[in-house]
Design a protein around this ligand. Structure first.
Ligand SMILES: Nc1nc2c(ncn2[C@@H]2O[C@H](COP(=O)(O)O)[C@@H](O)[C@H]2O)c(=O)[nH]1
Ligand SMILES: [Mn+2]
Length: 381
């Protein structure tokens, strides 16, 4: 753990050496920490430069709310479902062919689905149950290594089980919320006790619930294609503002690409050609602002990947991974932009968590099928 600033705002970097973090990400972390209201800022092991502020960071604020920190994808998170798919029946090519229609609007009752997640809506929502673009994905994985069999059993899982991991968020809703507040307090922030902050927090909470409902519907639709059933194991958000109490004082905890460490076990995804980890947060989580890494972290900017990779790899290397997985992504630009090489090493993130005693692994998950899109031109997130 590296303390970048001792006094208020306390700024900590939850890694072993500053050298492993890009200078731009460090500068962005300090600039976030200098926003009025910050008392504590934490850069996590997957920190990397973002749009103005780093991805992989959390800020504890006193009486200030900044809508631009969770950004356009408020409510984004990662869910894990146990599936009824039998390990002995795994057939990746046959299953891949069956995964169709997931980019189209769902033909069920979106109002009823949202109501089950506490979201009131007046009109059917064609975005609900869709994954979106960018690095969002739905990925079938298999439990392949175990550190804590008892904990895994408590969660209803065991070795070789086939699980589904869904990474997506609040789609158009989060984006609309961001733009609504872009001029009103977007970057300057809203006083925490103002009506504007209360209104933002109400709309933001709805976006978080919508994101949870969306991941659950993506899981249902994905597994319906395979005539399988799902049961929820964990669902943890990584872009949010939350009101919390610490030592009897009230704060607004802002997370940008930082998993909520207060909700129990959750999945840290690696890449479509790397392992993901089911982890258990440990310790009091105070230095890391009650937040943990939400991934391996991006290494290469989007738009640079094809030029770096296409002389060495062909398209079929992108759709058939070294770990033996399949990738469904018919948008060629997205296929390259989200190449596994564009991400940092998840094993280093796990090493940091162990070194700093912030989370321990329960099990390792091997990717089987990564679904991105069947659309040739997937726009937006
Ligand atoms: N298992 C997979 N992990 C992936 C994939 N694409 C990205 N990732 C990881 O997810 C996080 C999510 O980051 P966010 O900032 O977009 O929320 C990222 O850091 C990668 O480590 C994938 O296809 N499969
Ligand atoms: Mn995300």
């Amino acid at each position: 753990m590296i303390i970048l600033n001792e006094e208020s705002p306390r700024v900590v970097l939850c890694v072993s050496s500053k050298d492993q973090v890009e200078g731009d990400a460090l500068a962005q972390l300090m600039s976030g920490a200098n926003l009025p209201g910050v008392v504590h800022a934490a850069g996590l092991a997957d920190i990397h430069p973002g749009m103005g502020l780093p991805v992989g960071a959390a800020y504890l604020m006193e009486n200030m709310v900044y809508p631009h920190i969770p950004g356009t994808d408020a409510g984004c998170g990662v869910g894990l479902w146990k599936t009824s798919l039998k390990p002995g029946k795994i057939n990746l090519d046959r299953w891949s062919k069956k995964l169709n229609g997931l980019d189209d609007p769902w033909d069920g009752d979106t109002l009823e689905w949202l109501a089950e997640f506490g979201v009131e809506a007046d009109e059917p929502d064609p975005g609900l149950g869709t994954i979106g673009g960018g690095n969002h994905f739905a990925e079938l994985q298999q439990i392949d290594q175990i550190w804590d069999a008892d904990r895994l059993k408590d969660l209803g899982l065991k070795k070789r089980d086939v699980v589904l991991v869904v990474h997506t968020g609040s789609r158009g809703l989060g984006s609309a919320l961001f733009w609504e507040y872009a001029n009103e307090g977007g970057a300057q922030g809203l006083p925490g006790d103002s009506d504007s902050a209360s209104e933002f927090m109400r709309k933001h909470a709805r976006a978080l619930d919508w994101g949870r409902a969306n991941r659950a519907l993506v899981a249902r639709r994905f597994l319906s294609c395979l005539s399988a059933k799902e049961s929820l194991i964990a669902d943890v958000c990584h872009n949010s503002v939350e009101k919390i109490n610490v030592d009897d004082r009230e704060f607004f905890l802002h997370r940008k690409g930082a998993a909520d460490a207060t909700q129990g076990p959750f999945v840290i995804p690696g890449s479509r050609d790397a392992f993901s980890y089911l982890v258990e947060p440990v310790g009091d989580q105070k230095e890391n602002a009650f937040s943990l890494p939400h991934g391996a972290g991006r290494k290469w900017p989007r738009g640079h990947c094809k030029a770096r990779l296409s002389s060495k790899y062909g398209k079929s290397d992108m759709t058939h991974t070294k770990l033996g997985g399949r990738v469904i992504c018919e948008d060629s630009a997205l296929l390259w932009d989200e190449a596994p090489q564009a991400y940092k090493d998840i094993e280093k993130v796990m090493q940091e968590l162990e070194t700093h005693d912030m989370a321990r692994p329960i099990a390792r998950l091997r990717p089987l099928i990564t679904y991105k899109t069947r659309s040739k031109n997937r726009q937006g997130r």
